[in-house]
Design a binder for this molecule. Structure first.
Ligand code: HEC
Length: 320
């Protein structure tokens, strides 16, 4: 009886959770790039070249706003890391990792003889350079919004890698927006409005007739960002487009980076690579973990077979 009551309570709770979910603004479901992620599945591994390119995207695009406080440059050269070289088991000696680190100027932790904190090139032992000295500075530079640390972002969001990939490549093309003149208190203001019927990536959600979404100042529409577009939608609110507004402008435009390996830097490619890099950063030991897991499974299998035969052997002469 008691179990029944607990079960029933649980079911009712779940039903309410479902309702609450349905009532909130819906966003488009994040999806993996074509072909899926190579690091999924029992034996999945990161695509090393993609993680390397992803580091380049992070460094050249995201690092001006987002920290990755849990990473040190040496992590890039550790086994499983994108720039691991077996010739340098200690990544602190890896000249490539040293060069990557030295591209970043950081502040010395100890003052010099004159009591000043000097800038110096980072070494592999240093943490990734943070773009802002503290949260207040980060907010001040971003219109009050805080760019979150990306170290474990793949773990912090549902379906993390696919979410980052979809979010970064999912913004409507800025060229789709129109500038609308509005008069307010005798002043002329300009609003960015998007005719949602022209944003084909919405798929089934694309309305047939023109319907405008008004973008608040300093905010950017993204169909994958959780939120509610109803208050800003001029069409039928039941058909308000999925997604929400966030304080991050679209970052990836074609050829925003020039890949050192010659890969064509499409928006899709950069979003794919940077998501894979952040996935690696969130779980750098994934490959080792999977290898150990497989080893353990193989060991258990052999042990089971051995136990079965020894059991047969030991009880051979006993009637039962
Ligand atoms: C000009 C500054 C800036 C740059 C450059 C930038 N971001 Fe952001 N990012 C932000 C801000 C600000 C937010 C917080 C937005 C909000 O909460 O409204 C954010 C939020 C995010 C989020 C969290 C979204 C969520 O679900 O809360 C992710 C993931 C993200 N950025 C990834 C990236 C990646 C990857 C890059 C590089 C390709 C990048 N950002 C470049 C400013 C930036």
């Amino acid at each position: 009886m008691k179990t029944f009551r607990i079960l029933a309570a649980g079911l009712v709770g779940l039903a309410f959770a479902g309702l609450a979910h349905a009532a909130g603004g819906a966003q488009k479901h994040a999806h993996a790039p074509e072909g899926g992620w190579p690091f999924e599945g029992v034996t999945g591994q990161y695509d090393k070249a993609s993680v390397q390119r992803g580091y380049q995207v992070y460094k050249q695009v995201c690092a001006s706003c987002h920290s990755m406080n849990l990473l040190s440059y040496r992590n890039l050269g550790e086994p499983g890391g994108p720039f691991y070289d077996p010739a340098y088991p200690n990544p602190n000696d890896n000249p490539f990792v040293k060069a990557l680190a030295a591209e970043n100027e950081i502040m010395n932790q100890t003052p010099n003889d004159a009591g000043e904190y000097e800038m110096r090139p980072a070494s592999p032992a240093d943490r990734f350079r943070a773009p802002f000295p503290n949260e207040a500075a980060a907010r001040a530079a971003n219109g009050g919004a805080l760019p979150p640390d990306l170290s474990v972002m793949v773990k912090a969001r549902h379906n993390g890698a696919s979410y980052i990939y979809s979010l970064m490549s999912g913004y409507p093309d800025p060229a789709l927006f129109e500038d609308r003149e509005v008069q307010k208190d005798g002043e002329t203001l300009y609003q960015k409005v998007l005719d949602v019927s022209k944003f084909e990536a919405l798929g089934d959600h694309t309305p047939e007739h023109s319907a405008y979404l008004v973008q608040p100042a300093g905010q950017y529409y993204n169909p994958y960002f959780p939120g509610d577009t109803k208050p800003n939608f001029e069409g039928d609110p039941r058909h308000a487009p999925p997604g929400g507004f966030l304080a991050m402008a679209p970052q990836l435009t074609k050829d925003r980076v020039e890949y050192t390996d010659g890969t064509e830097a499409t928006v899709d490619q950069m979003a794919h690579d940077v998501a894979q890099f952040i996935a690696w950063a969130s779980e750098p030991k994934l490959e080792a973990r999977k290898r150990t897991g497989l080893g353990v499974m193989a060991f258990l299998l052999i042990l089971t077979v051995l136990l079965w035969f020894s059991y047969k052997q030991v009880w051979r002469k006993v009637e039962h």
